[in-house]
Design a protein around this ligand. Structure first.
Ligand SMILES: C=CC1=C(C)c2cc3[nH]c(cc4nc(cc5[nH]c(cc1n2)c(C)c5CCC(=O)O)C(CCC(=O)O)=C4C)c(C)c3C=C
Ligand SMILES: [Fe+2]
Length: 417
């Protein structure tokens, strides 16, 4: 797993100077690093971001709130995505698990001094850590008496036509997204949670993920070399978030789910050996953007909006290019937009010597059918599909936020159901 801030080149500007991270357990050495904010606006419809394409990211991301952190939080550099099965024997065991996950997440993200000092007495510092908990459809089977309380749109991720899903990399009763500025923070949190939830959880799959530095500026590049994450809904607009993201009445969802949202995870492998033989011009027509600048093929800057109305036959931006299919920018397709918060992954080589790397595609939204699946169907058999294969992932419901010190993950679900 690689995570670094190389390429920023202006470490002091962010003001937090030296940034050490979580040292409270397992003897992980502190990491000193710093980040910088430049002056260039990046994502369309979003406020000015730093030169490396980031908006300000506090060292301590608040844990309590109406929504969980880690959804609209600007992306940290490193992430771990894990699918778990729950082993708790009954409803009381499930409550115990959720309360333990809440307590440890509160301690780790808040930099609160842990009560249990068996391992170390050092005070943790948060490293912009967020821990985001989702539940899968399988949690609502007959084990815990939750079957009548499933979020309306929650189901197991289906296989789409271009998929080659590996069962060992799919689904789960729970999902955890752990994001931080340094890779050891992710491992550290996992070890802490493993210790504290011993016997209640079993991991199914895990993806170690990271962002590339911004090269030379603006949005970060994915491992196919293209700037990714340029266009997203405006997370600062409450109206847009209530329309596209949060479960908000009236929506037909159970009351306990208000303030939550759906998470779609897709582990998408890149066939880089094949991609690297494709001429630049063809790569650009596959995405519909210039590789160097990230601008749409009819524009000059990455933030320029493509003008599809003046190119109805796709002479400049092909009709089957990725960006044009994904977001045709029509009134009719506006409702299918959702927030992408994806990361790279690199798992080395497979048994045949092929590179196992790609994208942990992570999408947040109000309804995976109306949003993710609708966009995915538009992308079916797109030219890009010859160079990528979805191999894993899952659909999850991100629980509402933990309101305060007395609240815990899923309290409304488990107390009322
Ligand atoms: C179902 C939704 C999407 C999947 C799956 C998906 C896979 C995927 N995307 C890239 C690389 C890029 N995607 C870009 C834009 C883009 N992609 C989607 C949706 C899915 N992508 C959307 C909605 C958009 C925005 C389109 C727009 O509004 O113009 C881009 C361009 C830069 C950007 O806007 O982020 C790149 C590059 C890969 C490699 C990939 C699968 C492996
Ligand atoms: Fe995309």
């Amino acid at each position: 797993m690689r995570c670094d801030r190389a390429g920023d080149g202006h470490a002091a500007a962010r003001g937090d100077g030296r940034r050490e991270f979580l040292r409270c357990a397992a003897g992980v050495a502190g990491v000193a690093a710093a980040g910088g904010l430049g002056g260039e606006a990046v994502a369309a419809g979003r406020p000015a971001a730093g030169r490396d394409g980031r908006r300000d990211l506090p060292d301590r991301v608040p844990f309590h709130g109406h929504h969980q952190a880690g959804v609209v939080t600007p992306q940290q550099l490193c992430a771990g995505f894990i699918g778990f099965d729950v082993l708790a024997e009954d409803r009381d065991g499930l409550v115990e698990l959720f309360q333990k996950l809440t307590h440890r997440s509160r301690v780790l993200t808040g930099g609160v001094k842990p009560r249990d000092e068996r391992v170390s007495s050092e005070r943790p510092t948060p490293d912009s850590l967020t821990i985001t908990l989702g539940v899968g459809a399988s949690l609502f089977d007959d084990r815990y008496g939750l079957s009548g309380h499933k979020p309306r749109h929650l189901k197991a991720m289906p296989a789409f036509p271009d998929d080659r899903l590996e069962p060992s990399r799919c689904h789960g009763d729970l999902s955890l997204q752990i994001c931080a500025e340094h890779p050891d923070a992710i491992v550290h949190v996992l070890r802490d949670l493993a210790r504290e939830t011993d016997g209640l959880l079993r991991p199914r799959w895990r993806a170690n993920a990271f962002l590339n530095p911004s090269r030379p500026s603006g949005a970060r590049r994915n491992l196919l070399g293209f700037k990714d994450g340029i266009v997203n809904p405006d997370t600062d607009s409450g109206r847009e978030m209530d329309r596209l993201m949060w479960v908000t009445p009236p929506c037909g969802e159970p009351e306990w789910a208000l303030g939550g949202c759906y998470q779609v995870l897709r582990l998408i492998r890149f066939h880089v050996e094949k991609w690297d033989k494709v001429p630049l011009r063809r790569q650009e027509r596959i995405f519909g953007r210039h590789k160097a600048s990230g601008a749409p093929l009819d524009g000059r800057h990455e933030t320029d909006a493509p003008d599809y109305r003046h190119d109805p036959h796709g002479r400049i931006i092909p009709l089957d290019s990725h960006i044009r299919l994904a977001n045709p920018r029509t009134h009719k397709t506006d409702d299918s937009r959702f927030l992408r918060r994806s990361y790279n992954y690199d798992e080395g080589f497979d048994h045949k010597g092929g590179m196992d790397l790609g994208l942990v595609f992570c999408g947040y939204q109000q309804d995976p059918e109306r949003q993710f699946a609708t966009v995915q169907r538009r992308l079916e058999h797109e030219p890009l599909s010859r160079f990528i294969t979805p191999v894993g992932g899952g659909y999850f419901f991100v629980l509402p936020g933990v309101r305060d010190e007395d609240d815990w993950f899923g309290s409304h679900l488990l107390q009322k159901a």
